[in-house]
Design a protein around this ligand. Structure first.
Ligand SMILES: Cc1cc2nc3c(=O)[nH]c(=O)nc-3n(C[C@H](O)[C@H](O)[C@H](O)COP(=O)(O)OP(=O)(O)OC[C@H]3O[C@@H](n4cnc5c(N)ncnc54)[C@H](O)[C@@H]3O)c2cc1C
Length: 402
C-alpha cells in the first residue's frame, strides 16, 4: 500500500489530525490510513476515561476533535434541555458522554473507521521519498508522510515498590484494564492527581472503603497548565528559548502534575468528613502480601491493611514509542534532546517526511502538547504542511505536463 499519509496512533491526536487533513487540507481519504492496535479508534481514551469515573472533561468545550472550535457546542445544543449537566462550570467543560458522542460523530463524518488498520507499527524507516512501516502482523506500508501520534497511554508509571505480578495490585491505566474490586473491599488508591481523586470518589460511590495515599497535599488547579500556554503569552518566550534542556525545565515547571480542579477537591474534602475515605499524606515504603490481602507501610509509619491497591500514578515521563521510534531515529539520524524527546521544527517536522504530535511534540508545542488543545495545535501545523505539499505536487505535475 502506498499512501500520502500514514498516522501511527488512533487516539485523540491521531483522530483529530486525520479529520483535519481530510476536512481542511483536501487529503483524499483513500490516500490516508490510521494504524492503531485498538478494536476501534479512540479505544485507549475511552477505556482510561471510563475507568476514572470522570463525569466531565477538565478542558473547555472548544477543545474537541472536530474542525471548527464551536462544533461541540453546536452538537450538544439540541440535547441540553434533556440533559442539564452536559456542561460543567466554569469554562463549559463537556460531559464525557457528550464529548464521546461527538468524537463518534467526527469519526463517522470523515469515514475514519474505514481508514483504521488494526495493527501495531513495529519498525519504521524513512528517507527523502517517504517512510516504510513494518506492522506486527507482517504487513509493510509505505507512505509519503508519517505522523507519529502515539501518546503515552501505553506506559503507565509503576512505583518501584509495587509488584507487577500480584493480582491485587493494578494500575488504572494498564493497557486493557478491566478489573474492579469486588463489593465492599478496602482499597488503597495511590496518587495525588485528578485521576486518583476521581477513582477514589468512584470507589466510594460503589460502596468501598478507600485509603487515598498521596505524596503531597491536595493541590488545586483548574487546568493542568495555565491557559497562557495556549497562546503567545507564555509560548512566545518558550519558542525563543533555543536550549532544549531549558525548554524541558519550563515544561516541568508549567505542568501542574498531581493537581485537582476545585470541584474534585471539594468532593474529596466532603467525602473525607465521612467514615469511608481516609487520606494519607506520605509514600509507600513497603508492601507485603498475605493470604487475606496486602499490608502497606507508609513513610508516616502508618500500617494499612487493604484487599487491593489501585495505582493512579499517571504515566512514565520517558519518550514513548520504544523500539519503533528507536528504529526510526536510527534510519535517518533524527535529532533528540538530552531528555530523549524529538527536536522538531516549527511545522512539527522531525524529518522532511515525519511529523509528530502529543508528547513527541512537547519540545515545540510546550506544556499543553499532550492535551486536546495540543492536538488542535498540531492539526493547524499539519494542515499547513499538507497544503504546501499539495501545491508543490500540483506545480511539479504542471511543469512535467508542459
Ligand atoms: C483519564 C484522562 C483524562 C483526561 N482528560 C483530559 C481533558 O479533559 N482534557 C484534555 O485536554 N486532556 C485530557 N487528558 C490528556 C490527553 O488529552 C489524553 O491522554 C489523550 O488520550 C491523549 O491522546 P493521544 O492521542 O496522545 O493518546 P491516546 O489517546 O492514548 O492514543 C494513542 C494511541 O496510539 C496507539 N499506539 C501507541 N504505539 C503504537 C504503535 N507502535 N503502533 C500503532 N499504534 C500505537 C495507542 O495504542 C493509542 O491507541 C486526559 C487523560 C487521561 C488519561
Amino acid at each position: 500500500m502506498n499512501l500520502d499519509w500514514l498516522i501511527i496512533g488512533g487516539g485523540i491526536h491521531g483522530v483529530h489530525i486525520a479529520a483535519r487533513l481530510i476536512g481542511e487540507a483536501g487529503v483524499k481519504p483513500e490516500r490516508l490510513r490510521i494504524v492503531d492496535p485498538g478494536n476501534r479508534l479512540l479505544e485507549c481514551w475511552r477505556t482510561s476515561s471510563a475507568t476514572t469515573g470522570m463525569t466531565h472533561l477538565r478542558s473547555p468545550v472548544v477543545h474537541h476533535l472536530d474542525l471548527d472550535a464551536g462544533a461541540l457546542f453546536r452538537f450538544a445544543r439540541g440535547r441540553t434541555s434533556e440533559e442539564p449537566s452536559l456542561f460543567a462550570q466554569p469554562y463549559n467543560r463537556p460531559a464525557l458522554t457528550i464529548f464521546n458522542a461527538h468524537c463518534e460523530h467526527v469519526v463517522e463524518t470523515f469515514g475514519l473507521a474505514d481508514l483504521h488498520i488494526q495493527d501495531r507499527a513495529l519498525e519504521c524507516a524513512v528517507d527523502n521519498d517517504g517512510g516504510v512501516v513494518q506492522l506486527s502482523r507482517g504487513r509493510e506500508i509505505a507512505a509519503r508522510n508519517l505522523v507519529l501520534a502515539i501518546g503515552a497511554s501505553e506506559q503507565p508509571a509503576w512505583p518501584d515498590w509495587a509488584p507487577r505480578d500480584n493480582s491485587r495490585v493494578r494500575h488504572i491505566f494498564a493497557p486493557g484494564f478491566d478489573w474492579w474490586p469486588s463489593p465492599s473491599q478496602t482499597v488503597a488508591v495511590i496518587g495525588g492527581g485528578i485521576s486518583a481523586g476521581q477513582v477514589a470518589l468512584r470507589l466510594l460511590d460503589e460502596g468501598h472503603h478507600v485509603h487515598l495515599v498521596s505524596r503531597h497535599p491536595l493541590r488545586q488547579h483548574q487546568f493542568d497548565s495555565d491557559p497562557g500556554w495556549l497562546g503567545p503569552r507564555f509560548m512566545a518566550g518558550f519558542s525563543r528559548e533555543r536550549d532544549f534542556s531549558r525548554r524541558r525545565a519550563l515544561i516541568a515547571e508549567a505542568r501542574h502534575k498531581g493537581s485537582v480542579p476545585p470541584d474534585v477537591r471539594e468532593a474529596l474534602l466532603q467525602a473525607m468528613k465521612g467514615d469511608h475515605l481516609s487520606w494519607h499524606k506520605g509514600h509507600v515504603e513497603r508492601l507485603d502480601s498475605h493470604s487475606g490481602g496486602l499490608a502497606l507501610r507508609l513513610s508516616t509509619k502508618t500500617e494499612l491493611e487493604v484487599e487491593s491497591v489501585l495505582l493512579a500514578t499517571g504515566f512514565s515521563s520517558q519518550r514513548p514509542g520504544g523500539s519503533m521510534v528507536e528504529t526510526l531515529i536510527a534510519s535517518a539520524s533524527l535529532p533528540c534532546a538530552r531528555c530523549g524527546y524529538p527536536i522538531v521544527d516549527s511545522a512539527l517536522r522531525w524529518h522532511s517526511r515525519v511529523y509528530v504530535s502529543g508528547p513527541l511534540a512537547e519540545l515545540e508545542l510546550g506544556p499543553a502538547a499532550r492535551n486536546i488543545a495540543g492536538a488542535r495545535r498540531a492539526g493547524d501545523k499539519l494542515v499547513d504542511a499538507a497544503r504546501v505539499s499539495r501545491s508543490a505536487n500540483a506545480k511539479t505535475s504542471h511543469e512535467l505536463s508542459r
